[in-house]
Ligand binder design. Structure first.
Ligand SMILES: [Zn+2]
Length: 84
């Protein structure tokens, strides 16, 4: 599902956010890229990345649940509007 997705990886040296293809990271145990900001080599470990991605997915799920709760709350007064 993340095939062509990119993710912003913050450079540990200068803090520049580099776009890295998610599948690049997932295909290798380690991904190396050159920071656009300071030209430093940055190493990204797939295990660490997946842990963080899992955490983000959990947070997204939580946000979706929250949105669903809110839209349910929002739907109730609308229903009342249709009552004659
Ligand atoms: Zn940098």
């Amino acid at each position: 599902m993340f095939e062509d997705e990119t993710i912003d990886v913050r450079c540990p040296k200068c803090g520049h956010r580099n776009s890295v293809l998610v599948h690049e990271i997932e295909e290798h145990a380690e991904t190396h890229f050159i920071c656009v900001g300071c030209k430093a080599g940055v190493k990204l470990e797939a295990e660490e990345f997946k842990r963080r991605l899992g955490k983000v997915a959990d947070e997204l799920k939580e946000l979706e649940r929250e949105a669903a709760r809110q839209s349910m709350r929002g739907a109730r007064p609308k229903k009342d509007d249709f009552e004659i």
